[in-house]
Design a protein around this ligand. Structure first.
Ligand code: NAD
Length: 349
């Protein structure tokens, strides 16, 4: 005799990588980046409502595994994510992730999903949201240094949200740049492969660094950075892993997600504890100034924060409605009599 199926209410929608790809194409990549940017911005405006904690990180010589939880009181989310720069050499992703959304009222999960793709999308959307407030007006040229897994997402979000027209690309591995040029070939962006970071940032309004190397790297030095640019530094996101020379930070006005986490993980780990920073949510909520002059160098010291994942998870849950881009996952035990968990087990035998 086969055991009865658990009742319908106990099934949790699960979005596999394949279904996430179907969902993204169903919505449209650029549309999704714009909508995610707006969803994250809406949650940044209600920042005070959220439980906030620096992510829980387990560091090793080769990388880090992190848990990123948050809640707005009605919905709870967490993401599991890793960062292993040496993975690429073994044919593995540097960053992989999955995440869960739950109802606070019952504690029951309501969504489990892949988040490797979703992290790339939400990171790009967060970059675009920051640039919307910090980049020079009418920014049209983006320098993209580091042309790995995140690169195309970053470029497309800047195009879709800000109207970027030209992307100047550099990677220490020319094959990475070739791949990015190939992937972005039909997007309408003007693509300029460059042979050095210096050449890539020439004339750029926005410089995005998205390299992966577990060290205090110097992707940009102070003399390379001219007045008026916006720097979007996403690769320095772990203790001992930065991308910018500290002298750049001495000239820039720096904006961060959640200071207690960024002080540990961001570019500002190189600076004294009293180094001045502005929280990005305050700019979004109109409580602090973003860009204040044409010559100002603005820096978004991005490390990735749990609220961005929360926004992305809620967004995906909404978008799943009326689609079949999920599987039903039997992950919550659901005996007919809630106290008879053991009886349910016995009957299954
Ligand atoms: P990836 O390994 O796929 O790509 C990294 C690229 O950087 C590679 O192509 C590599 O050749 C290149 N690179 C390394 N050193 C370089 C240098 N000195 N100059 C130019 N290029 C260089 O990694 P990914 O998934 O694209 O992630 C990029 C970085 O972004 C990682 O450090 C990752 O941890 C970080 N990240 C941050 C966030 C966030 O929210 N801030 C989110 C996701 C990923």
């Amino acid at each position: 005799m086969t055991a009865p199926l658990p009742s319908e209410k106990a099934f949790i929608p699960f979005v596999s990588v394949e279904n996430m790809m179907r969902l993204v194409h169903h919505v449209g990549i650029e549309t999704m980046l714009v909508e995610l940017t707006d969803a994250i911005e809406a949650d940044f405006r209600r920042w005070d409502l959220f439980d906030k904690t620096p992510r829980v990180a387990s560091h090793s010589h080769d990388g880090v595994i992190e848990l990123m939880p948050t809640s707005d009181g009605a919905v709870y989310s967490f993401k599991y994510v890793n960062g292993h720069p040496k993975n690429m050499a073994q044919g593995l992703q540097t960053v992989t992730a999955f995440g869960l959304l739950a109802e606070v009222s019952t504690g029951y999960p309501v969504l489990l999903t892949e988040m490797t793709l979703l992290t790339a999308l939400r990171t790009a959307a967060t970059s675009a949201m920051a640039a919307r407030h910090l980049a020079p007006a009418n920014a049209r040229r983006l320098a993209l240094i580091g042309n790995g897994a995140q690169a195309e997402f970053q470029a497309l979000a800047m195009k879709a949200v800000l109207g970027i027209e030209e992307v100047r690309l550099y990677d220490i591995d020319p094959k990475a740049t070739e791949k990015t040029v190939r992937n972005l070939g039909k997007t309408g962006l003007r693509l300029v492969p460059c042979t050095s970071a210096q050449a890539a940032i020439e004339g750029a309004d926005i410089i995005t660094t998205c390299t992966a190397d577990k060290q205090f790297a110097t992707i940009l030095t102070d003399n390379m950075v001219g007045a008026g640019v916006h720097i979007n530094a996403i690769g320095g996101d772990c203790p001992g892993k930065t991308e910018l020379h500290r002298d750049i930070l001495l000239r820039a006005d720096t904006f961060v997600e959640y200071p207690p986490q960024t002080r540990i993980e961001g570019e500002i780990q190189q600076m004294d504890p009293d180094y001045p920073i502005t929280e990005l949510w305050q700019v979004v909520a109109g409580q602090a100034q973003g860009r204040s002059s044409e010559r100002q160098i603005t820096l978004f010291d991005s490390v990735g924060f749990a609220i961005e994942d929360f926004s992305a998870l809620r967004y995906v849950r909404e978008k799943l409605k009326g689609t079949d881009y999920f599987q039903k996952l039997d992950i919550i035990a659901d005996p007919d009599d809630p106290r008879d968990l053991f009886g349910m087990l016995l009957r299954a035998g």
